[in-house]
Design a protein around this ligand. Structure first.
Ligand code: NCD
Length: 328
């Protein structure tokens, strides 16, 4: 079935309908995946159950005969390859371009909207990564097939937050009442913004934002937390995290800085190493959307609490569950 969605994005209305909307209807109303704000708890639970079933196998060929187009205007390893792997495992096919800003007609001056109109005719689902916040929304407004935001500049990365939340559930055995320390580049980190929005759907989330002032969490997320009545801490160092359940570390995003000195100072500020791990609770886990640069020392990798490679592996099952919904 072709989803024809034009004009304003069909997000907030149905999200507000809450638990009254059966899961099947929620899926119908999810033609594009642009923001973590589109999800609610029953839909997440449904997706995570499907991800469990799909990773246990066998995998139904739900995408047989369907084509996924991946359009990546910004670098990616995990997101693009795990989406492609998920589509292939579901029996579908994949077309696309990485470095789309140079390898597509974008280099000739074609607008994103025109490219997406064309690709809509070639594929049944589009996965888009772009360096501009809001690009996925612009693309979805002209897409005739479901479009998935795989990162829009410092905006959102909803499918990363799905696999982050799934990993928290798998690693800790619960999502309610978890205490998550969001660390690193909280200003540019789209994964932190999306994950915070998903955590708000669960009972009593406890959040600590850990970053130097120059990349601290923005007022938009703080206002959402205030509106939801969630108290949170904002700190500058990794010093007092002994009791957290999850340390969600992120990379300082060099490519989004204009001032080199500011970048270097931010990068030097927070580093997880063996000394930090000795202080951390034995039941806590370290997550990271990856790529990791210097913010987690490689000596931490062998620690069983270092869950970031398991987290990246979960991306395939979660993206299979999402694609199954979107194309079948
Ligand atoms: C992140 C991204 O691209 O937002 N990585 C990812 O998708 N797994 C984080 C980053 O680039 O630092």
């Amino acid at each position: 079935m072709r989803h024809r969605v034009r004009g304003p994005l069909p997000l907030p209305e149905w999200a507000r309908e809450g638990a009254m909307v059966p899961v099947a209807d929620r899926i119908q109303r999810l033609p594009h995946v642009l923001s973590a704000a589109q999800f609610d708890r029953p839909l997440l639970e449904h997706l995570f159950e499907r991800a469990d079933a799909l990773s246990a196998g066998p995998v139904p060929q739900a995408a047989a005969g369907k084509i996924m187009a991946s359009l990546f205007y910004e670098p990616s390893t995990r997101t693009r390859l795990s989406f492609e792997s998920a589509m292939l495992r579901l029996g579908g096919s994949v077309i696309g371009t990485e470095a789309a800003h140079i390898f597509s007609s974008s280099i000739k001056g074609e607008t994103l909207e025109d490219t997406v109109r064309m690709v809509s005719a070639y594929a049944d689902v589009i996965v888009l990564r772009h360096d501009q916040e809001g690009a996925a929304g612009r693309a979805a407004a002209v897409a005739d097939v479901p479009l998935v935001n795989a990162g829009d500049g410092p905006g959102e990365h909803p499918t990363q937050s799905l696999l982050d939340l799934y990993t928290i559930g798998k690693e800790l055995g619960r999502i309610d009442s978890v205490h998550v320390a969001m660390c690193g580049d909280l200003r540019h980190g789209r994964t932190v913004r999306s994950l915070t929005r998903l955590l708000l759907l669960f009972d009593q989330p406890r959040l600590t934002f850990v970053a130097p002032a120059v990349v601290q969490i923005g007022d938009d997320i703080k206002s959402e937390l205030d509106a939801a009545g969630i108290t949170y801490c904002v700190v500058n160092t990794l010093d007092d995290l002994e009791s957290v359940d999850v340390v969600y570390q992120t990379r300082i995003q060099k490519e989004r800085f204009t001032d080199a000195a500011e970048f270097l100072a931010a990068q030097a500020a927070l580093r997880i190493d063996a000394t930090f791990m000795r202080r951390l609770s034995k039941n806590a886990v370290i997550l990271h959307p990856l790529p990791r640069v210097a913010e987690i020392a490689t000596e931490v990798d062998a620690d069983p609490r270092a869950a970031y490679f398991r987290q990246a592996g979960n991306g395939v099952a979660v993206r299979m569950a999402l694609l199954e919904m979107l194309v079948s």
